[in-house]
Design a protein around this ligand. Structure first.
Ligand SMILES: Nc1ncnc2c1ncn2[C@@H]1O[C@H](COP(=O)(O)OP(=O)(O)OP(=O)(O)O)[C@@H](O)[C@H]1O
Ligand SMILES: [Mg+2]
Length: 391
């Protein structure tokens, strides 16, 4: 294996240790002496330097990803395309890959899965808006920080097709489990290829299993083209129907039957988050229990339904406390401003009457006393609300 440990690249990046080895590159932890920060340096393996196709990918696509800037995307700082060395310098992520996390946990909880999927989709939405398709979404390319934040890496670097999988090394064969049927065929791909892969990642998070498994990458690619996966609820009956529908919609074989955009899929996930018992209107969806079959209604995207088995399990609480807290704080501040403003006006009123005849001053004094009473009540209400909220 190439080893650059202890070397300094371009007089700037001090290579410290190997972090991981992928299909076409080795990733190192390094220190950037100019910008004074720890970075990750991904160096193209020597055997691929002579491969014009790999060099072209590395060069063209790493240029494109440098324009991406999103909290859920690993930032690319620099790219070098020398004849003897090609590397990408990126944000160093202190965490583990989603693949490692799934392997540790077996399968993930619903709340966690939803949280991760939303972040992956937000990253994709940003990239797709800029015309960049990832083409290699898999849990190995998704980094997980200890605070639950997700960072997607390797945007647009790999363009996998069925023919690629025949020549790839073992570590890259992992990709074939997540590629869309059109990628498996070697057809041209667009944003919807990423949607399919997110569907597979979601399937794996919920069930702890891959939809298509075989030791042989060619068989897996053929299954992506022809076979129907087991439905997630057959493997884990606690998965809510609505979430299973989202997985199956993302994993449709024909790209035009899937979510058309990451934003569209995100909307359904958000809808599910609000209402975990939801069932979506999808014509491909057939409930095993015919009495619960939901007929298709045009122009109706979602409907709330009766109890499902999910409600008997530990139903996650999705209330968004932080946003509520922010809103509540703003209202209180507004009320305080209004109350103090009112006090100021009434004092001003009193000042104008101070030098007036006796009776005017008397009326004014009564007016001020009543004002103070009202303000006291208002202030009391604001303070009570604040105390209730804090407790
Ligand atoms: N920015 C980063 N910060 C920290 N660790 C990283 C970073 N990027 C990659 N890694 C680590 O390096 C490992 C290898 O990454 P790499 O992208 O080369 O391989 P891969 O994704 O498994 O395969 P492929 O070549 O198909 O992308 C990852 O599994 C991850 O542990
Ligand atoms: Mg990778």
């Amino acid at each position: 294996m190439d080893n650059y440990t202890g070397k300094r690249l371009d007089g700037r990046y001090e290579i410290q240790e190997v972090i991981g080895v992928g299909g076409m590159a080795v990733v190192y932890k390094a220190y950037d002496n100019i910008d004074d920060r720890t970075v990750a340096v991904k160096i193209l393996k020597e055997e691929y330097l002579a491969n014009e196709e790999f060099r072209r990918r590395f060069k063209n696509e790493s240029k494109a990803i440098a324009v991406l800037s999103h909290p859920n995307i690993v930032k690319v700082f620099n790219v070098s395309y020398g004849d003897r060395l090609q590397y990408i310098v990126m944000e160093y992520v202190e965490g583990i890959t989603l693949k490692e996390y799934i392997e540790q946990q077996g399968k993930l909880g619903i709340k966690e899965t939803v949280h991760f999927t939303m972040q992956i989709l937000r990253a994709l939405q940003h990239a797709h808006d800029k015309g960049i398709v990832h083409r290699d979404i898999k849990p190995q390319n998704i980094m997980l920080l200890s605070n639950g934040n997700i960072k997607v890496t390797d945007f647009g670097i790999a363009r996998f097709s069925y023919s690629d999988t025949k020549t790839m090394t073992d570590s890259a064969i992992g990709s074939v489990h997540y590629i869309s049927p059109e990628q498996a065929r070697g057809d041209t791909t667009d944003d919807r290829a990423d949607i399919y892969s997110v569907g597979v990642v979601l399937y794996e998070m919920l069930t702890g299993q891959l939809p298509f498994q075989s030791d042989n990458s060619v068989s897996v690619a053929l299954m992506q083209l022809q076979s129907d996966p087991k439905r997630p609820r057959e493997l884990n009956s606690s998965i809510p129907v609505g979430l299973e529908q989202i997985v199956m919609h993302a994993m449709q074989k024909n790209a035009k039957d899937r979510y058309l955009t990451a934003a569209e899929m995100l909307l359904d996930i958000e809808e599910f988050k609000r209402n975990p018992t939801i069932r979506f209107q999808r014509d491909y969806f057939v409930d095993n229990d015919p009495t619960k079959f939901v007929p298709k209604k045009p122009n109706v995207n979602t409907i709330p339904t009766q109890q499902t088995s999910y409600q008997n399990t530990n139903q996650p609480d999705y209330s968004d406390f932080e946003e509520e807290e922010e809103r509540s704080g703003k209202v209180d501040l507004l009320q305080l401003v209004l109350v103090s403003d009112c006090l100021f006006l009434r004092c001003l009123f009193l000042y104008f009457f101070i030098s007036s005849p006796m009776y005017s001053s008397l009326i004014c004094l009564l007016y001020l006393i009543s004002s103070v009473k009202i303000m006291k009540q208002k202030l009391q209400a604001v303070i009570t609300k604040k105390i209730l909220y804090l407790s």
